[in-house]
Structure formats: structure tokens, C-alpha cells
Ligand binder design. Structure first.
Ligand SMILES: [Zn+2]
Length: 91
């Protein structure tokens, strides 16, 4: 077991591997591709409940029940979305 700090929520936890991934709480709470977007730039897409078309973004910052999407294609501004409203996320 290694003492670790979660890169997403900054909670201290005991890790049973040598990886650098998020804590079990974050793994349960957030979609895997959103966790990836929070740690590595790429091309991601997600769909929000009630929105007809998906959003493209290049990275995300997760803070509690919200995530800030960066580099959305619609505009170059950051976009805050409620994690509970994410229908699907890929990337
Ligand atoms: Zn965490």
C-alpha cells in the first residue's frame, strides 16, 4: 500500500498499485473518459441530458458535482457542466 493523493479531488488515500490514477471515490463518481480528460489533453465528446447535440472538448477540470470543459468547439470559452447531467462521454 502506498500513501497517495488523488489527482482529481486531492483526497489522501492508500493505493494498492504504483499508478497515479484517481482515488476509488472519484472512479465511482465520474465517467472514465471524463477522468481521462482531467489528466490528459485529447479529443473528447460528451452529451448532456436535454441537449440535442454533443459537445467536443480537449480537457476538463473536475470540481465536485461540476466539470469545466475546456476547448469546446462551439466557442473557445470554458463551459461548466453538471456531472449528473452527462448522458455519455467518450475519448
Ligand atoms: Zn478523488
Amino acid at each position: 500500500m502506498n500513501d497517495a493523493i488523488c489527482p482529481i479531488c486531492e483526497a489522501r488515500f492508500l493505493r494498492d498499485d504504483d499508478g497515479t490514477g484517481p482515488c476509488p471515490g472519484c472512479v465511482r463518481k465520474y465517467p472514465p473518459s471524463l477522468l481521462r480528460a482531467a489528466r490528459q489533453q485529447g479529443l473528447y465528446r460528451l452529451s448532456l441530458r436535454g441537449e440535442p447535440s454533443p459537445y467536443t472538448f480537449t480537457s476538463a477540470v473536475i470540481h465536485g458535482q461540476y466539470a469545466t470543459l475546456r476547448g469546446t468547439a462551439a466557442n473557445k470559452e470554458n463551459m461548466d457542466v453538471r456531472v449528473n447531467d452527462i448522458v455519455w462521454c467518450l475519448g
